[in-house]
Design a protein around this ligand. Structure first.
Ligand code: SAH
Length: 342
């Protein structure tokens, strides 16, 4: 729900100050609507039902993957598309991937979101409502800001949303914000956020010439500067920064490119997450053998490295595939009341 508007509605009715926190706490714990907020007076519940939409987002379609992943397409009140993904893992983990913008103004060549029209920044409430949608289905314990958009271009609402997540049951340590390294926002984030929220940086190539081809943002904010800021974050918080590296066959997956990456990162401040490429167009994903060989080089250089588990590819819900094309990938929401899911 729109938390600023909630405050306004309550103030206009002369309600005591604690009401906003009371209403938020119900919503954060997955209440289905105002009606179930039993410690809020009935007349106020009725007034809120009439005056304030319970969510800032409307569900348009929902798609379910064979692996249990659910992708939901929402519309904001002004009809901008937003996608979010619930990932269910075998160990019981429930992770929600949220969007921070409708579309994305950046144009990374391997990412489908960059191909769609950029809409606008989302508000903190619109980000939280993506999480609450899934929280109403089941408990959620991780949130990653890895959906549509560049979080550090919308840093204030992203931080505001991240700081409220513990109310929803997601600790700071289980919250990750991913960025291309948009320096103005990243520098503010690093300076202002003292809680242990995890940072992730999309690197994808250590060589500046190749990185510029894949991610035009390299021109503006070179990786070397970005890594220096990340290192500062690690020095202050002692939380390793995750490095995302999507594996593109014959492009960035050669052993010498792994060695270059290892040199750029060093052993202490970073942890690499190799991402199998999810088809979105122009590239071929690296083979499993190439990914293993790349990882072996990083292991040899003692850079901690894992390979990301791919989820939801069959419903275009995997990394880089969010592009709000509901008709080709999703089923009508009405059919989905039955269940949920990575
Ligand atoms: N703009 C931020 C947040 C999005 S995170 C960022 O780029 O970090 C989405 C992650 O998925 C990023 O690491 C991105 O580089 C990666 N990604 C994009 N397209 C992909 C694809 N086709 N296959 C696999 N990963 C992809």
């Amino acid at each position: 729900m729109d938390l600023a508007q909630l405050e306004d509605v309550l103030a206009a009715r002369g309600e005591p100050r604690f009401r906003a926190a009371q209403v938020w706490s119900w919503a954060a714990r997955g209440a289905p609507g105002y009606a179930s907020m039993t410690n809020v007076p009935r007349t106020l519940r009725d007034a809120l039902t009439a005056d304030l939409p319970f969510s800032t987002l409307d569900v348009v379609t929902e798609a379910r993957s064979k692996d249990g992943t659910v992708k939901t397409l929402f519309h904001t009140a002004d009809a901008h598309p937003v996608e979010a993904v619930l990932m269910r893992y075998r160990d019981g983990r429930r992770s929600v991937c949220v969007s921070s913008q409708s579309g994305c103004p950046l144009t990374c060549t391997f990412c489908a979101t960059g191909q769609m029209r950029f809409g606008r920044n989302l508000t903190a409430s619109e980000i939280l409502d993506q999480v609450l949608h899934f929280r109403r289905l089941e408990d959620v314990d991780h949130v990653v800001f890895m959906g549509m958009g560049e979080p550090m271009m919308n840093v204030e609402p992203v931080v505001e949303a991240a700081l409220r997540l513990p109310d929803v049951g997601v600790t700071h340590r289980r919250t990750t914000v991913s960025t291309v390294g948009w320096l103005p926002g990243l520098s503010r984030f690093v300076a202002e956020v003292t809680v242990p929220v995890r940072l992730a940086i999309s690197v994808h190539a250590a060589d500046p010439v190749l990185r510029r081809e894949l991610m035009p943002v390299e021109d503006r904010y070179p990786l070397a500067d970005v890594l220096a800021v990340c290192r500062g974050h690690w020095e202050r918080t002692r939380r390793r920064v995750f490095v995302e590296y999507v594996m593109l066959a014959g492009v960035n997956d050669r052993p010498e490119q792994a060695r270059l990456l290892a040199r750029a990162l060093g052993r202490d401040a970073f942890k690499v997450n190799l991402i199998p490429y999810n088809p979105t167009g122009p590239y071929e994903g690296s083979s499993r053998a190439a990914i293993d060989a790349f990882k072996a080089e990083l292991d040899r250089a003692r850079v901690p490295t894992t390979v990301r588990l791919t989820r939801g590819r069959d419903i275009a819900a995997a990394c880089g595939q969010l592009a709000a094309r509901p008709r080709t990938t999703a089923r009508p929401a009405a059919r989905l009341g039955q269940s949920s899911t990575d």
